[in-house]
Design a protein around this ligand. Structure first.
Ligand code: ADP
Ligand code: MG
Ligand code: MG
Length: 499
């Protein structure tokens, strides 16, 4: 066996904890039956498969790995085996996807709702304030916008106690991993083809993942709708992007299947080379742009200077299809999620009672900090809450004792600053053992998982062209870690095994 391959086993005391959990969490695999030799073989095969099939990311230890493709590549972190997930809950997550799509679309055209709901946040959060400013400035232009494209990912955890599928958040901008998530499902199927019999697992229980082809299809149909055969898709990227292969999978699929070309530009480059024609056509160094697909622009760090803000405004003023538009972006903020969870708010946007009930069932407890009763409870029992600012990309939330400290400080200072946050019920998914592979090293860990369901929505005037779920992303992380991002280094990519 390979010397490069190291297996890090977890300590045996923890195994007992897991066994105590076993009655509630249907443990799929008898992890004790997997001996060291088999494990090493599977990890080795998985690493080879990942390298040969492009389940890759830039290696943080190689300087140019975020700029030059093909330089400093490392396998994306993955779970060796898929995680058990109840088929009923999986179907439910797929079923609500088009309803959430419609909700986002309806919220996005309700300018007043967006501005009002975010008005107190705006006063204390500069980033949200800048987005709202662009929203106000482009209101009239955007009202004339005919084509609306959303590529979302709604994330859930399965609450162990109530068995409810509860939404963590709905991402409307830069939903990542449509490319790599498909590959992880394929990796797992391939491993089960070889080892499934030995493990007592059937590869057909890992659902096929169509995220990359469905997202490419949505981009292609939107491009067709734009109706300028010489226009291309522009991806807005960060200057340094180690997750570039995930993006390239989508762009390569778009090229191969639909012969649509893409260019990649940073916000700074867009400011330099972008130009608007009087009719709203966006040109980049003379090249017409049909779709602006954002894989950057969701975090304050994406706007280090006024240059980047000027670029975002320019894009928003153009007649190109924005994926997402500033209003879709705002509709996906945590503050809006919290406002939508208030009684009778869903009714403002949706008519069908059954659909409303289905969405509401996925809502965890969500509160603004105006609610003094809930603030008091959260100070008493901070471990039952998560405090969230209006940020994306992982690593921004406040947990446990820090929630209490932060709330007490905000109370003492008595400022408006509390409007920057929302409070959310902490969800506790069941813990099960998992093999997490990162940097060629396999760690046996106690892990929890978060399911993301991709969805696409395409509307041209009153005609809804696409409204569909588009495959999935499972992310698994050590149960003791609060945050969840893969790129942020907390989680690994995973897939599901339907039970
Ligand atoms: P971001 O937009 O930064 O991804 P999230 O709301 O998804 O923000 O939070 C980041 C991570 O924090 C999630 O992936 C999840 O692991 C964890 N998390 C968020 N909300 C909750 C919650 N209510 N209960 C438990 N964990 C949560
Ligand atoms: Mg997010
Ligand atoms: Mg998230």
């Amino acid at each position: 066996s390979s010397s490069a391959l190291k297996i890090v086993a977890f300590n045996s005391r923890k195994v007992v904890d897991i066994e105590n959990h076993a009655d509630s969490a249907k443990t799929m695999i008898d992890f004790h039956s997997i001996d060291e030799e088999l494990l090493e073989k599977m990890v080795y095969d998985a690493l080879v498969w990942s390298s040969l099939h492009g389940l890759l990311a830039g290696d943080r230890t190689v300087q140019r790995s975020g700029k030059v493709p093909g330089v400093g590549m490392v396998h994306a972190p993955f779970a060796l085996l898929p995680v058990a997930f109840p088929e009923v809950q999986w179907k439910l997550a797929c079923e609500v996807a088009p309803i959430f799509n419609e909700l986002v679309d309806r919220v996005s055209v309700d300018w007043e709702f967006l501005q009002d709901s975010l008005s107190s946040t705006k006063r204390v959060d500069d980033f949200t304030s800048r987005l709202l400013e662009i929203h106000s400035k482009t209101l009239e232009i955007n009202k004339k916008q005919e084509i609306h494209l959303g590529l979302h990912r709604s994330d859930y955890m399965l609450d162990e106690q109530t068995k409810l599928l509860l939404q963590i958040e709905l991402n409307t901008i830069a939903s990542s991993f449509p490319g790599l998530s498909c590959l992880v499902s394929k990796l797992h199927r391939s491993l089960l083809k070889n080892y499934g019999e030995l493990l007592g697992l059937d590869l057909k229980r890992v659902p096929e993942n169509s995220a990359v082809s469905k997202f490419a299809e949505a981009l292609a149909l939107a491009w067709t709708e734009y109706n300028n055969p010489s226009a291309v898709v522009m991806v807005v990227v960060q200057p340094d992007e180690r997750n570039m292969y995930d993006q390239h999978w989508l762009l390569a699929t778009l090229k191969e299947k639909y012969d649509i070309a893409t260019i990649r530009k940073t916000l700074a480059e867009i400011d330099k080379d972008g130009e608007l024609l009087p009719d709203g056509t966006l040109l980049m160094s003379g090249q017409a742009i049909a779709i602006i697909y954002f894989r950057a622009g969701y975090a304050p760090t994406d706007y280090p200077s006024e240059v980047e803000w000027r670029a975002r405004l320019l894009l928003e003023q153009s007649s190109a299809i924005k994926c997402p538009s500033i209003s879709y972006h705002l509709a996906g903020t945590k503050k809006i999620q919290q406002e939508l969870a208030k009684p009778n708010v869903l009714e403002r946007f949706l008519e069908n009672k059954e659909e409303i009930a289905k969405l509401r069932k996925c809502f965890a407890g969500l509160w603004s900090l105006d609610n003094s009763e809930i603030v008091t409870t959260a100070i008493e029992k901070p471990e039952h809450f998560v405090m969230k600012p209006q940020r994306e990309g992982g690593g921004n939330n406040i947990y446990g004792h820090d929630v209490k400290e932060k709330l007490l400080r905000l109370q003492k200072e008595g400022t408006e600053d509390s409007a920057a946050y929302i409070l959310m019920q902490r969800i506790f998914p069941s813990v099960s053992p998992a093999f997490l592979v990162r940097d060629g090293i396999c760690h046996k860990e106690h892990a929890i998982s978060e399911l993301g369901v991709y969805s696409a929505y395409l509307r041209s005037k009153d005609k809804v062209i696409i409204n569909d779920q588009c495959g999935y992303l499972m992310r698994t992380k050590v149960s003791s870690s609060d945050e969840g991002g893969v790129a942020a280094g907390f989680a690994v990519l995973d897939s599901i095994y339907l039970t």
